[in-house]
Write a protein that binds this ligand. Structure first.
Ligand code: BGP
Length: 479
């Protein structure tokens, strides 16, 4: 137990703070062609080996590993997995719905009943244990057919398909799910040089990438706003948020030109935050568009939609910070964001810079800018775990999480940031989004499956499982 002042400082963590974990359908569910599911863009990505990026391969080949195809097989293990979450005392579970389980081709007239039923079963199982589902509608996947037939999010028709999908799931689950997120890390569209994950886009030689980015962003922002509007019509109690990757960036030196670059780098993130929260393209958005010399088209009525469809809360992922300078720096690559190496920070096996204080800074930055409730929906440490005698002694993960949660609490208790909850990324081992590897593990629970696709898929609690259980039991007082 904490004593004296420290104990005093903890009193502001909400009684109903959403402690939990997070996953995404294509990295966790497997069963990629079961239950009437169609192919998603994630299903045509081959696994990579050891740090190399995944490769897109539309002609699925025998004997080649496609990470999403089996993943951790949550599809057949959901009861067992949810029981493990309940054992840890989860208050919520952030998961995503695979669009292709509901509309296999994206433009189908009717939804697939088997897919809808699967998520009904998952939500019922969660409620059995009092675990609140927090559901992302678009987590780095979309029907492959929409890429082939309509050229993906370049095409404004995608807005209609996405809104139809949202309305169907809102109607179906309106009494089972209250918390929703529209697009996972929507700003990754501007950060990731390969926006296949976010939007099914591969640039063509004849196009201006800046224009494509801004147009696709506009379509997704419209879809997000319409989703919020339609969601609130279906159930006014819905809480619908946006989700940003927050790539906190420091200036490498106190040189003013380094500060300018640092500010410019963050515009990619605030572009999306501003439209979602303020309901319009702000001067920040305009200055970013100008900076990249990009143009996009809006139709009559779009501005009203953006204005009406503002989000109820802002969710974000935080893994690392980076530095920026106008002089050459040693570079590190996070999942998506590239940046400079900070000599004051340690790094993970994948060169992600570990910066717990950066989480407190990020919470403050976002709260100062938006004054909306925040939700940390991803944070965690990818590591190579050593599985021995039925468990993993992951003290390094406990250390990472303990430090981040300590800073999170300071942001809540001292800085008075309004925070809804914290969901640790990859709470049960799953495949990596960046590399498709299984050996890059985040979980409190070890899944027996390797990079060759071999293993029993049996689940084993790691040391961090018991540590997190205690954190939740004490509402974060004991870290
Ligand atoms: C985020 C994604 C997640 C997740 C995480 C960790 O960007 O939203 O899907 O995977 O990063 O990244 P990785 O899996 O590459 O380690």
């Amino acid at each position: 137990m904490f004593k004296g002042k420290r104990k005093e400082e903890l009193k502001n963590v909400k009684k109903r703070f959403f402690w939990g974990g997070a996953t995404a359908a294509n990295q966790f569910e497997g069963a990629y062609l079961e239950g009437g599911k169609g192919l998603s863009i994630a299903d045509v990505e081959r696994g990579a080996r050891h740090g190399v990026r995944r490769q897109i391969d539309e002609n699925i080949q025998e004997g080649v590993l496609y990470p999403s195809h089996n993943a951790s097989d949550f599809y057949h293990h959901y009861k067992e997995d949810i029981a493990l979450m309940a054992q840890m005392g989860f208050k919520c579970y952030r998961m995503s719905i695979a669009w292709t389980r509901i509309f296999p081709n994206g433009d189908d007239e009717k939804p697939c009943e088997e897919g809808l039923q699967f998520y009904d079963d998952v939500f019922d199982e969660l409620h059995k244990y009092g675990i609140e589902p927090v559901v992302t509608l678009h987590h780095y996947e979309m029907p492959l057919a929409l890429v082939k037939k309509y050229d993906s999010w370049r095409n404004r028709k995608l807005v209609d398909f996405a809104v139809k999908y949202a309305k169907v799931v809102f109607e179906r689950y309106k009494n089972k799910v209250k918390y929703w997120l529209t697009f996972n890390e929507i700003n990754a569209l501007f950060i990731n040089p390969r926006p296949w994950h976010q939007a099914g886009i591969i640039y063509r030689y004849d196009e201006n990438e800046a224009d494509v980015k801004l147009q696709v962003a506009h379509h997704q922002l419209l879809a997000s706003a319409l989703t919020v509007i339609e969601g609130h019509k279906i159930n006014p109690d819905f809480q619908i948020g946006c989700m940003l990757i927050y790539p906190l960036t420091y200036a490498y030196t106190c040189k003013p030109s380094d500060q300018v670059l640092t500010r410019e780098k963050m515009l990619k993130t605030y572009y999306f935050g501003d439209v979602h929260v303020r309901g319009k393209y702000t001067n920040t958005c305009r200055s970013y568009a100008q900076m990249i010399n990009g143009h996009f088209t809006m139709e009559k009525g779009d501005e009203d939609i953006l204005k009406e469809g503002t989000v109820d809360f802002l969710a974000f992922s935080y893994y690392f910070s980076q530095v920026e300078s106008d002089e050459p720096l040693m570079e590190v690559v996070g999942n998506i964001a590239k940046g400079g190496r900070n000599p004051y920070l340690e790094i993970t096996a994948w060169d992600w810079q570990i910066d717990p204080i950066g989480l407190r800074i990020s919470l403050n930055n976002l709260y100062d800018r938006y004054q909306k409730p925040l939700f940390i929906v991803e944070n965690g440490m990818g590591a190579i775990d050593k599985f021995e005698n039925g468990t993993v002694h992951d003290d390094y993960r406990i250390d990472y999480l303990q430090k981040h949660l300590t800073e999170m609490k300071k942001a809540v208790d001292i800085d008075k940031v309004d925070l809804m909850g914290y969901t640790m990324w990859g709470c049960i081992d799953l495949v990596s989004a960046g590399t498709g590897e299984m050996r890059k593990r985040y979980g409190f629970v070890y899944v027996d499956r390797d990079d060759e696709g071999k293993g029993t898929l049996k689940r084993y609690p790691k040391d961090s499982f018991y540590w997190y259980k205690h954190v939740i039991e004490t509402n974060g007082e004991s870290l």
